[in-house]
Design a protein around this ligand. Structure first.
Ligand code: 13P
Ligand code: SF4
Length: 297
């Protein structure tokens, strides 16, 4: 029996569900019951009725699923799959910023203890809407400064980044020169990028959006070539749909790639890598995530 068949069989026997982020390798995406961006995965997490959830992504995403499902068991293929950007914002930094009286929007790429201090959460798919929804004139957002700038421009409110220069190393890799070179190389081309890319790169793109928003854009685009500025997993996913997508530059999230099919099988079999969030923190973090869902209504 192949590893894939073993996973399918075990999943069936245990009545488990596998959720995977768009950056996971294609073999993991293929065995997932549901795949999506951070927002879609968080929404899906509120609708899952299985008691065992195998989450394939990074720590903050699995934590959000656990926070939203306190009575379910959430396991991960690899405990070391942690988003390094999440560590750039601490609960103390949120508390300090909030002394000014303005609301704090925590990007979901944060630890539960940070979400617990924030007024509301956002993802790359809804950051402008959340900023517009909670800020009269000004708000804070962190840790990604490029997402804060994107939200500020789109929502037309003052979004102050905390920390000042928080970033994702995977998206920092994309350069203005890459966009210029891509437009020279391909004739009928569209450039789509993630809002974690530098503002100068965003400004040269045809579309800026979350991973799933980019996928949807790609599915509708008539361009001969789509040049995509985000982690390589999404480009593989777009290509798997028969769309001619090329990377703006090959950039890999090492942490996302720590998950393997073998790891998924072991997680299902042993149920050892359980994601647990202390309920005193979880209840406050849940409030911030649920407020995000409310703002979107
Ligand atoms: P999305 O929510 O757009 O999938 O992004 C998650 C992420 O980690 C981007 O680097
Ligand atoms: Fe974190 Fe960047 Fe990896 Fe996304 S791509 S999980 S923000 S390090």
């Amino acid at each position: 029996m192949s590893l894939r068949e073993k996973i399918e069989k075990l999943k069936e026997e245990k009545g488990a569900v596998i959720l995977a982020h768009n950056y996971q390798t294609l073999d993991i995406q293929e065995i997932a019951d549901f795949k999506g961006d951070s927002l879609e995965l968080a929404i899906k997490a509120t609708k899952v009725d299985a008691n065992l959830i195998v989450f394939c992504g990074v720590d903050f995403m699995a934590e959000s699923v656990a926070i939203l499902n306190p009575d379910k068991k959430v396991v991960v293929p690899c405990k070391q799959a942690r988003c390094p950007m999440a560590a750039q914002l601490t609960p103390e930094m949120v508390r300090e910023a909030k002394k000014s009286g303005y609301p704090f929007i925590a990007y979901v790429n944060t630890h539960a203890s940070v979400k617990a201090e924030a007024d509301v959460c956002c993802t790359s798919a809804n950051a402008p809407d959340v900023a517009k929804g909670v800020a009269k004139e000004k708000c804070f957002m962190g840790p990604d400064a490029n997402l804060a700038a994107f939200a500020s421009k789109k929502a037309r409110v003052d979004v102050i980044p905390v920390p000042k220069h928080g970033y994702c190393y995977v998206h920092k890799a994309f350069q203005v020169e890459d966009v210029i070179a891509a437009r020279e190389k391909y004739k009928d081309v569209e450039v789509i990028v993630h809002p974690e890319c530098d503002v100068e790169v965003q400004n040269l793109a045809d579309f800026v959006g979350s991973t799933s928003q980019m996928l949807k854009y790609a599915e509708k685009s008539d361009a001969k070539t789509l040049v995509v500025g985000t982690e390589i997993g999404l480009i593989e996913r777009i290509r798997a749909e028969g769309i001619n997508a090329v990377p703006l530059r090959r950039s890999v999230c090492i942490e996302m790639k720590l998950n393997t099919l073998e790891g998924v099988y072991k997680a299902l079999l042993e149920e050892k890598n359980v994601v647990k969030v202390d309920e005193t923190i979880a209840s406050r973090a849940r409030r911030a995530i649920e407020k995000m869902f409310k703002v979107m209504e």
